[in-house]
Every structure is written in C-alpha cells, then in structure tokens.
Design a binder for this molecule. Sequence first.
Ligand SMILES: Cc1ncc(COP(=O)(O)O)c(C=O)c1O
Length: 394
Amino acid sequence: MTDVRFDFGTGRSDPATFPTAALQAAAVKVIERDRELLTNYPGSLGYEPLRKAMAKREGDREGVSVNPDHISLTNGSMQAVTLVAEALTEPGDVVITEEFTYPGTLSAYRSLKLDIHGIGMDEHGMRMDLLRERLVTLQTDEQLPKFLYVLTNYQNPGGTVMPTFRRRELIAIAKEFGVPICEDNCYGDVHYEGEVPPALFALSEKETPEDGVEHIYLGSLSKILAPGMRLGYLLAKPPMLDTLLARRHDAGPNTLSAAIAAEFYQDGIGEHCATSNPPLHAKLQRLTAGLSEELGDLCHWSNPPGGLFLWLRYPEDVDQKKLWKLAEDAGLKFLPGISFHYKLGKAPFLRLAFGHLTQETIIAGVPVLADCIRRARTSNEAPEFPNNWLEFET
Ligand SMILES: Cc1ncc(COP(=O)(O)O)c(C=O)c1O
C-alpha cells in the first residue's frame, strides 16, 4: 500500500494550535490539587468544574442559563451519541437522521440494529417537507421514530447551517409528532464567519418554553481542543437525563482529562478559539482556492462558515472504484460519499478534512485530487448539476 501523503480523511483539530505548555501547567496543578477526586470514581455526571465550564460555554453562546447538573460528561461526544440510542431504543426501532450524516453515528445505530431513515437535505440542512412526509407515513404504520438525530451547525459532511426559520419548523414538527430531538453540535465553536443561529434547546426555551419538546444536546471538546482528550457531553433535563444515565454503566468520565480541560478553560473557551479558528479558516480558504483553480469546471463544493470539512460533488460519470484506486495509489486519502449515506447509497461525493493539514499539503494535494477525478471519468461531457444536493430520494 502506498504511504498516505495527503490525508484529507479524518476531521481533526490543528496540532499547531494545541496548547501544550498551558495544558502541561494545568496538569501539574490539578494532579496535586485534585488528588482526592482522582483517587475516587467520578459518578455519571463527572467532574463538576468542567460541567460548569461547559454550562458557561453553552449559556454564553446561546443566551440562556444552563444548569451544570443537567450536563453529563462523556468519553467524547461519541459515547453520548451511542448512549442516547441505547437508552431510547430497542432493536428494530426507527430513528431519523439526515440522508448524509456522521459515519460514527451510522455505525453505532446500525450495530444497535436500528431502522435508520435518512431525510433528504438542501443548502439549509435536513428538509422539513421531507421530514414531515416521512413522519406522516411512519405514524400511519405506527412506527414513529424514537428520536430525531440532527446536525444543525456545520453539518458533517454537508457543511450546512440550519437557519433559524427551519429550526423553528423542526421544533414544531417534533412537538406535533411527540418525537425527542437529539441535536449534535459537536462543531458548534469551530466558527469562522456569519451569524450562528440558536441551538434548538435554547430556541425552544426562549420562544416556546411550554412546548413540551424533549431536547438532548451534544457537545464536544474534540473539535476545539483535541480528540485525544476524549471529552464530550450531553445536556438534557430530567426526566430525560435520568433515562439516559440509567443506561450508563462505565462508572463515569475521565476525571484527569476533565480537570486539565477545566483548568485550561477556567476563563471560558473564547481566548483559545480566537487562536485556533483563524488558521482553520485560512486552510479552508486555501482549499477552496485550489479547487476553484483545478476543478472549477467539473465539481461543486460547500464553503462552510465553520467546521472541519468540505463536501465535494463530482460528475456522475466518475467511476468511483477507479477514483478510490487512483487516490490510494497517489497516497491521497478522503472519505467517499457512500460512508455518510444512511443506506450506504452510491453517491457522487467525497469529503475533505483540512484541519490538521499544513497549507503546503493542501496546496500540493488538490492537483493530485483533481488529476484522480479527471482520470476516473468515463466521458467528457460537461456536468449538469447546479448544486451540492441530490435531486432524487435515494
Ligand atoms: C457529528 C459528529 N458527532 C460526534 C463526533 C464524535 O466526536 P468526539 O467523540 O471526538 O467528540 C464526531 C466526530 O467526528 C462528529 O463528526
């Protein structure tokens, strides 16, 4: 196998902005200070100062007050993604996702033998007309989903941000059909430009506090700090919180990791994000500039206002297997569209992650990608798609 030279595969934070010295100092301090807590089990909510820091993070961004006792720290947000399904479903139950979504979620839900229904998307994320249609059908069949899993900000992989008007529609639909919402906002603070619409739980709280919609909200430190620290969290009010925690059997999250992060973020996450986000944005701009030069006539791609991915659509006449083989031989890695599709549908897309790459690797990698795509084509016709969304239900 050829060595990977251009790794556009995994969504990671930027190693160059990892705050080594500050975390070292925090580690020395907390190991001494928190000896008592470190020699005990954390319990299912986890280290309180980090819960307070994350409640502040969410509360500051959303303009609502967040109770730290409604937050449970997890081993990355992935543990929370899985826990929600373990707690709310039985094998065979229906859950709703976007048509293209995070492969980790899909593989967890597949392994729990859930019946995943993917809802088509457009430039605003999950389409509400299609969601409503599907829920009407499922209701007739007495198979309403156990929850809706939705990526509202910098959707992985599509890069979309769901606008406020659509968030309101989503909340109204969840209320009408009595289905809980699980909002995964794992990229929420990897923000580059534009307004950030309110999180669903905050929107409900501000505008329709009596709507009775059950919200589960997931956050992470993987994308703003480091995935190796394995820190994420879920936020939910009782009794939903109790239902979720009843299925938690791991004796709680990692106190040392949580204590180091809490010490680092004692004055909020703002300062570090102000340092770590601009280089990510510059890399995205470098990537889109390179693609415009190399593939402007052939492909369409997202230009997300945040997050760690670009979603690229290539012509239907590209032979996917040939593309993957050419890429592998060239030492180029990306994730193919099929891995994000809820039914593993063959889709003319690929996802490029850019956060951990150097500018030089991006500059050198884009022409290699363009060459692979061109060589994998089976015709010379001009592509006809106007945007990044499929016009058909797959
Ligand atoms: C949408 C989404 N949710 C959850 C995760 C899991 O991240 P972590 O467990 O590192 O917080 C990822 C990771 O890429 C993701 O893209």
